[in-house]
Ligand binder design. Structure first.
Ligand code: ADP
Ligand code: ZN
Ligand code: ZN
Length: 803
């Protein structure tokens, strides 16, 4: 096997295939499928993934692999197969499928260097350049730029003395720490202690420590524990009594934190009924998808924990996905509390280095459970016994860039490979999942009551139009305001919930209605108070807030709507005694701040927690007795067929935050459309009726779960080009699908322009189209190969965002 097929790190249509390389003699038997290698590609050296080894190639003149980047494969056989599946099902480039499975730290970084050309020596260079090349005959390009050497370097490279190369570099280094251990036996140690001169008492102390703890120890820890110094340790090393060595340590994001160990609860009767089929599937190594449908607080997580227990006892591993925003310390505590060090945690709050370390714990089989956000579905376990997806309805399980995968689909695919169950949990299952459960494709397990039969909180809907009619212009209804005051007096806590940051903070002229839009993107700019600035969330365009309306010159141009900052200000005026914690993207940007704010709230350092949807999940504090939703409508009016479903899910979720313990809870939902069924039914916690209503609408409009969708988005700087290309594509699709399919378009995208590129789309609704993948691939082949036209075509199979 002297030849390796390699997928190179160049994401274009032309390079989206394996290239053959010769394996140099010294790497025979070392290089294996799933390893990263450095290969020459054109004039550069780049990273690639070995997909297979073979004895022969159809190509004659093969170039040689330069070197392997790994000592063991980073992708095992199952993941390599999964990459094929991912490529086929999401129509992505193979290289993206590999990269998405690995921590960002393993993505190659290329450093541009200037190097002495082959056969040249430093002395060949002009004198003023010589000193720069003493280091391995190479100079960093960035350095060269900084020192203003570029033109000089160019002259020399034109003469053939120097050349520019790209060096592939790992992004992270493994973290090394210094350790010491005794070089002598325990008996000899006792002898040595007495040989140490009395005046070197400090050295004696250190040796005595080792006679009690005859083990290796990190130097810094030794110094702290024995209250000694580095020089003392050093003298003992010099006397050859101790030896010093470096050892890799993991960056543990949860270092210094203790997790109280918990024991499994005896399950309630309904929990027992629900868990039994899961345990059976684990026992029999059977693949099956379960939908665990139960309100918040009904004991789902306990079922996850006990199922995992069973899996671990069988010597297998578990993957648990929770939405990014639900990956709160509380959630992590529950898993670490039960399984301790057997748990790795992966979420976006970790640094690249920390993520890499957690990933390696998985790869080295040092842990049995991974709890993480979407991408944790690719955890490199090799003996998976269960995959759990909590809050399965969450849209964050779908990745919105290549590869556009849904974690649920990947979970089912992997679970089939391992013959193990998948458990999807939710209080408000996605319509797709619930419909599958109804059709017995998924096995439905229900938990209908909260633990200890606590009542769900009572929900009041307030019609904000009515408030306005009666002269209340504030963003708080009278009822909500009274209750907030009441809770402050009772020393109980409230949560105020607002949709997405800045969603409604736009600048509008009150005289003529002019709204400031992004000049590149056709969407309104978002107002940011901190810098008195307007920002576009799509392209980053920024501008100052005008003092006068550019349309009518009126001075009454103001920001409008309610961002979290605005609510905070308003609270400050109306309830000056209230202590408020604001949680949004702005206040939680820094590492650990999310956790700190929550801890403060839990410790009673504030009366009101105000935030965006990031606070809707996972909060479980006994003292919260009031939840207020300031405006339930914001999401209802998005151009998205799932708008009602999302509104229902969100309102139900938020309501679940109140009264989870002894104290009863109350929920206030403020809205301008109280009659809308998703608002109305959420207030009654009536998922079943909501499901029925929504299914009728989906059926009537040919939407999922009755139909599948695929979305083709085309963009270009010229409007005419986009329209005519979309027209061609839509016609091509039409002539290649059955009559049952519906092809919509060309139509302008809901956001018709981003970054000066016009966007058009074609939406395909279909039930069974076995040839559709082939058709879509043809389209991509056609357009992605032709990069000169400037046309961009992207395809989202089962899109979650239709913009
Ligand atoms: P969910 O995941 O459905 O929101 P949890 O599993 O978090 O529900 O359960 C809600 C609360 O009830 C938690 O505080 C949990 O510790 C507790 N709990 C769960 N199962 C039991 C049980 N069998 N006995 C006692 N307490 C339980
Ligand atoms: Zn105006
Ligand atoms: Zn913009």
């Amino acid at each position: 096997m002297k030849i390796a097929s390699v997928i190179v790190d160049v994401p274009t249509k032309q390079t989206d295939r394996a290239f053959d390389y010769l394996i140099p003699e010294q790497w025979h038997g070392v290089i294996q499928p799933g390893m990263r290698v450095v290969v020459p590609f054109g004039p550069r050296n780049i990273q690639g993934f070995v997909t297979e080894l073979k004895a022969e190639s159809d190509f004659k003149k093969l170039r040689e692999i330069i070197e392997p980047m790994d000592l063991v494969p980073v992708l095992n056989e199952e993941l390599l197969r999964l990459a094929d599946w991912l490529t086929e099902n999401t129509l992505c480039f193979k290289i993206f499928a590999f990269q998405v499975m690995l921590p960002a730290a393993l993505k190659a970084k290329y450093e541009k260097k200037v190097k002495l050309a082959a056969g040249r020596v430093i002395a060949d260079l002009p004198e003023q350049l010589q000193s720069f090349f003493e280091n391995e005959g190479m100079l960093d390009w960035e350095e060269a730029l900084k020192m203003g050497l570029v033109s000089l370097l160019q002259r020399e490279s034109a003469k053939g003395l120097l050349e520019v190369i790209y060096v592939v570099r790992e992004r992270v280094k493994k973290k090394q720490r210094k350790f010491v251990r005794p070089t002598v036996t325990l008996a000899e140690l006792e002898v040595e202690i007495n040989r140490i001169p009395v005046k070197a008492e400090k050295q004696r102390q250190v040796l005595r420590y080792f006679s009690m703890h005859f083990n290796e120890i990190e130097v810094s820890k030794l110094i702290a524990d024995v209250k000694t110094s580095a020089s003392t340790v050093k003298s003992l090393v010099e006397k050859n009594l101790l030896t010093e060595f470096e050892r890799e340590v993991y960056r543990d994001p949860f270092e210094h934190r203790l997790f109280e160990r918990t024991k499994p609860f005896p399950l309630t009767t309904s929990q027992q009924t629900a868990i039994a089929p899961i345990l059976r599937a684990i026992e029999l190594n059977q693949h099956e998808v379960f939908l665990l449908y139960g309100v918040t607080g009904s004991g789902k997580t306990e079922i996850y924990l006990q199922s995992i227990q069973e899996v671990i006892e069988k010597g297998k591993e578990a993957i648990v996905l929770v939405p990014e925003i639900a990956l709160t310390p509380q959630m992590v505590h529950r898993f670490k509390g039960r399984f301790g060090d057997l748990v790795a945690v992966l979420h976006s709050g970790l640094s690249a280095g920390e993520k890499y370390d957690e990933w390696r714990k998985i790869q080295r089989k040092e842990v049995k459970v991974v709890v993480g956000a979407r991408s944790a579905i690719f955890a490199p376990f090799e003996n998976i016994g269960i995959i759990i997806i909590d809050e399965e309805h969450e849209t964050s399980y779908k990745q919105e860039e290549m590869p556009r995968y849904h974690a649920k689909d990947v979970a089912v695919e992997r679970a089939k490979n391992f013959n193990c169950p998948v458990v999807l949990g939710s209080a408000t299952p996605s319509l797709e999942s619930f419909a599958r459960a109804q059709k017995k494709v998924y096995h439905l397990l229900s938990l209908s009551n909260r633990m200890n039969n606590q009542k769900l909180p009572s929900v009041d809907i307030i019609d904000m139009r009515e408030e306005l009619r009666e002269g209340n212009r504030s963003m708080f209804s009278r009822k909500l305001f009274d209750l907030l005051q009441d809770r402050i007096e009772k020393k109980q806590q409230s949560v105020l919930f607002l949709n997405k940051r800045g969603h409604s903070s736009f600048v509008m002229c009150r005289d003529c209605g002019y709204v400031m839009n992004c000049p590149n993107c056709d969407i309104s700019l978002t107002y940011h108070r901190v810098h008195e600035q307007m920002k576009c969330h799509y392209c980053g365009y920024e501008s100052h807030v005008p003092k006068q309306c550019p349309e009518c010159n009126s001075d009454y141009i103001r920001y409008f709507g309610t961002g979290t900052q605005k609510v905070e200000e308003e609270l400050g005026k109306l309830l000056p005694e209230a202590r408020v914690i604001r949680m949004d993207v702005d206040t939680t940007g820094r590492k650990g701040s999310h956790e700190r704010l929550l801890t403060d709230f839990k410790d009673g350092k504030a009366d009101i927690l105000l935030g965006t949807q990031m606070i809707a999940k996972g909060l479980d504090f006994p003292n919260i007795t009031l939840v207020g939703v300031l405006s339930a409508d914001t999401m209802l009016h998005l151009p998205d067929f799932r708008a009602s479903e999302k509104t229902f899910q969100l309102l139900t979720q938020v309501s679940g935050r109140a009264g989870r313990h002894q104290l009863p809870g109350e929920v206030i939902i403020q809205t301008y459309t109280p009659e809308h069924y998703s608002v109305e039914l959420a207030s009654h916690h009536d998922y079943d009726l909501f499901y029925q209503r929504e299914m009728m609408i989906r059926k009537a409009h040919h939407y999922p779960p009755f139909y599948y969708l695929s979305l083709i988005t085309i963009s270009h700087e010229q409007l005419i080009t986009v329209v005519s290309a979309t027209e061609k594509i839509a016609n091509y699709v039409r002539s290649h699908v059955s009559r049952e399919a519906v092809v919509l378009g060309p139509a302008a995208s809901p956001i018709p322009r981003i970054n000066n590129r016009y966007r058009y789309q074609c939406l395909i609704k279909y039930k069974r189209e076995p040839n559709l993948t082939k058709t879509l691939k043809m389209i991509l082949d056609q357009y992605q190969k032709d990069t000169k036209s400037g046309l961009q075509v992207s395809i989202d199979v089962n899109p979650f965002i239709l913009m």
